[in-house]
Design a protein around this ligand. Structure first.
Ligand SMILES: *Cc1c(COP(=O)(O)O)cnc(C)c1O
Length: 389
């Protein structure tokens, strides 16, 4: 389990957190090799989560692209409606093993909060979630879901009132209550061991994708595409494919464009955020910039350190897609396939259709459809009404 990805990663945290991170790393090291833990994880993934998720041929969308076949890895069908379940379940089971009696989490779009709330309820662990008050407004249905699941939601009113501020609050809580509490970090970010551990839990996406492609076509796809917020669904998709010839494309949020949006790999520079060295959107003094994106789940100034390394090495290409482009893709997929995608993967879907158009009909593109769009209906309808005027 690497502490560093090239120069990136590490654990730049207050000393009070070091023992907790070490305890977590030790627990994860033993658990990941423990057959009983793995059996438990895979049983819950199946019976509560609904894994494996299907690989779906988007035939009508393929016709729209007039090029390579477009396939979806259907994480939107996972319990809770997003890939977040994979990580929340893994960390919840680990916390229980470690004898922690309380779960805390941060959430942006609310998907990770909902996933943690579900796992907290299922495992009988009291759960509290920190959420930026701006995000609570944008994602009200998820706030209601968390509360119905028995989780306490704390509004965070500092800073930009989004994900970065919620992470700060959750870290503060963890430092105070570290003996009894596990912090279920929701993406492949933060100090070691979180990026490696979250990657492990999310890699079920890429492993299934690999096995399903081979079963379906006898070979791997030519291109895999995923959206990148903190980078967990993307690293989960990419990691099992890194040593294959599959081309990999990560898609960040460009906001309204042509500014930086929330594209830390495309527009940021190396720096430290939330305990890790990675690409960050920051000013000349290293102060973290405010981000903007139509999708709360991509609205984050940092990115997981493994992506920083993959960007520099060129193994993965990262691009930025604007709000209006993601909205177009949302409507294409809704009308062509009968699926309402979340606005986060709508960014990846746009890039996938464009990429497919440049490839021959014999090629195959797989997009990770990281979540379903029910949570975004209000945002989409509001934007549609505005552009109709
Ligand atoms: C949270 C979320 C994302 C962004 O998070 P990553 O860690 O980058 O995967 C993407 N899609 C959906 C549906 C989400 O809920």
């Amino acid at each position: 389990m690497p502490r560093r990805f090239g120069a990136y990663g590490g654990a730049y945290v207050p000393e009070t957190l070091v023992p907790a991170l070490q305890e977590l790393e030790a627990a994860w090291r033993t658990s990941r090799r423990d057959l009983r833990f793995r059996a438990e994880l895979s049983r819950w993934s199946h019976t509560l989560g609904g894994r494996p998720t299907p690989l779906y041929f988007a035939e009508n969308l393929t016709r729209r692209g007039r090029g390579a076949e477009i396939w979806f890895k259907r994480e939107d069908l996972l319990h809770g409606g997003a890939h977040k379940f994979n990580n929340a379940l893994g960390q919840g089971l680990l916390a229980r093993r470690m004898g922690k009696r309380r779960l805390i989490a941060e959430t942006g779009a609310g998907q990770h909060g909902v996933a943690t709330a579900m796992i907290g309820a299922a495992l009988g662990l009291p759960t509290e979630v920190y959420m930026g008050s701006r995000d609570m407004e944008r994602q009200a249905p998820n706030v209601q879901r968390m509360r119905l699941l028995g989780t306490e939601v704390h509004p965070v009113t500092s800073g930009s009132q989004t994900l970065k501020d919620a992470i700060n609050e959750a870290l503060r809580d963890w430092i105070t209550n570290v003996r009894t509490t596990h912090y279920v970090l929701g993406s492949a970010v933060g100090p070691h061991p979180f990026p490696s551990m979250v990657c492990d839990f999310q890699s079920v996406i890429g492993r299934e994708l690999r096995d399903q492609s081979r079963a379906q076509w006898g070979e791997l796809p030519d291109l895999a595409v995923a959206c990148v917020g903190g980078g967990s669904n993307a690293i989960g998709t990419f990691h099992p494919l890194l040593r294959t010839p599959v081309r990999l494309l990560g898609v960040e949020a460009g906001g309204r464009g042509p500014g930086v949006g929330a594209s830390s790999l495309v527009h940021g520079s190396p720096g430290i955020l939330h305990g890790a060295f990675s690409y960050v959107l920051q000013d000349a003094e290293g102060q973290v910039s405010d981000t903007e994106s139509i999708s709360a789940g991509l609205d984050y100034a940092g990115v997981g350190p493994e992506h920083a390394m993959l960007r520099d090495s060129g193994r993965v290409r990262y691009i930025s897609v604007r709000d209006d482009q993601a909205l177009s893709a949302f409507h294409w997929v809704a009308e062509d396939e009968g699926i309402l995608p979340a606005l986060e993967p709508a960014h990846a879907l746009y890039a996938a259709v464009r990429a497919a158009a440049r490839l021959s009909r014999r090629k195959r593109v797989v997009v990770t459809l990281s979540g379903r769009g029910d949570k975004d209906l209000e945002v989409v309808l509001r934007h549609d009404a505005r552009s109709a005027r």
